[in-house]
Design a protein around this ligand. Sequence first.
Ligand code: SF4
Ligand code: SF4
Length: 78
Amino acid sequence: MLRLYPAKCKGCRACEMACSFRHSGRTSFQPSISSTKIVRDNDTGHITIELDETCDLCQGEEPPLCVKYCVYGARGFA
Ligand code: SF4
Ligand code: SF4
């Protein structure tokens, strides 16, 4: 199970890049095809981590790429 900890998220969007790398067949970085999106409210600074149904929990990867490249501990896998 993918666990999300939005309070730790800094909005770096490395997770979007990592996820799109996976979905592109490891050929490119395209945030538009990422299963996860980082949304920042520019008025309040509040960050929301979104996850859609295209997430397959990175089957075949250990750990999932978005967890591996989130250096702030805002994602976990258990
Ligand atoms: S990689 Fe982690 S800290 Fe960076 S935007 Fe994604 S969840 Fe937030
Ligand atoms: S677990 Fe894999 S497919 Fe799901 S959001 Fe993270 S990188 Fe994308």
